[in-house]
Design a protein around this ligand. Structure first.
Ligand SMILES: [Zn+2]
Length: 247
């Protein structure tokens, strides 16, 4: 399994794109979260690894939660794909895979910009743009030929961490979370764990990750970092934009 890291920043970054990745699954690409400037983030990161990908080539998006630095790009992604559908260049409605609690409120967030309620045509709905599929914690889901499992974190709004597997390897994705030993235990099934690290109660301080056993720390790569993150504070490596993860 291969994934390219699109962004490593947090909600306040002035230097980076928001934390997200693009997975190359057996049956297509999977976008893992959809932050601001998503088209540019995809273009710049995939160019570095020699993939030629834009939104029209991505039919599956996993959304971990509805904070803007993880989903602000959906409006633009949805409009871009609607335009491509009209010209038949990308006939599929992109699928959004997310928790039921996020799915239930997704249109509340997108509708004021996307329902076209002021036009002469009937108002548009979420289904005009996206095919929404619910991820349930007890039920592994098939996404682009990959198996996706999810687990709720203790972030302030409903947020899911992920285990994403093909038949050879598993990627763990903490998503936004305070430090949570049970979450790390669940993620430890993975070959590589992409773990968030940031300040404040909703996030995981580096000191907590530094205290984990060597074997576990060796599998962790850091993401969702503050711009002034001090790499010398840890022996856990930070991810870079455009970095290819091969598992
Ligand atoms: Zn968040």
């Amino acid at each position: 399994m291969r994934a390219v890291i699109l962004g490593v920043g947090d909600a306040f970054t002035r230097l980076h794109f928001g934390s997200s990745a693009l997975l190359d699954g057996p049956d297509g690409f999977v976008l893992l979260d959809c932050p601001d400037l998503i088209h540019r983030a995809i273009r710049e990161a995939t160019a570095r690894v020699g993939w030629r990908v834009d939104a029209s080539a991505i039919d599956d998006i996993i959304i971990t939660h509805l904070h803007g630095d993880h989903c602000n790009g959906l409006e633009s992604f949805g409009f871009a794909r609607k335009r491509k559908r009209a010209s038949d260049e990308a006939p599929t409605r992109p699928r959004i895979h997310t928790s039921r609690r996020a799915a239930d409120r997704l249109w509340e967030r997108l509708a004021p910009a996307m329902d076209a309620a002021g036009s002469a045509n009937p108002p548009r709905t979420l289904q005009n743009y996206f095919d929404v599929r619910v991820l349930e914690p007890q039920t592994p889901a098939a996404v682009a030929g990959l198996t996706v499992r999810c687990r709720f974190t203790n972030h302030p709004i409903p947020t899911i961490g992920l285990l994403i597997s093909d038949d050879q390897a598993t990627l763990g994705w903490s998503s936004d979370t305070p430090f949570d030993a049970a979450h790390i235990e669940w993620l430890s099934q993975a070959d590589v764990i992409v773990h968030e690290c940031n300040l404040g109660p909703p996030h995981t301080p580096i000191e907590s990750l530094n205290a984990l056993p060597d074997e576990l720390r060796a599998k962790i790569r850091l993401i969702h970092l503050p711009d002034d993150f001090d790499q010398s504070s840890t022996d856990i490596r930070s991810l870079r934009e455009g970095e290819l993860l091969e598992m």
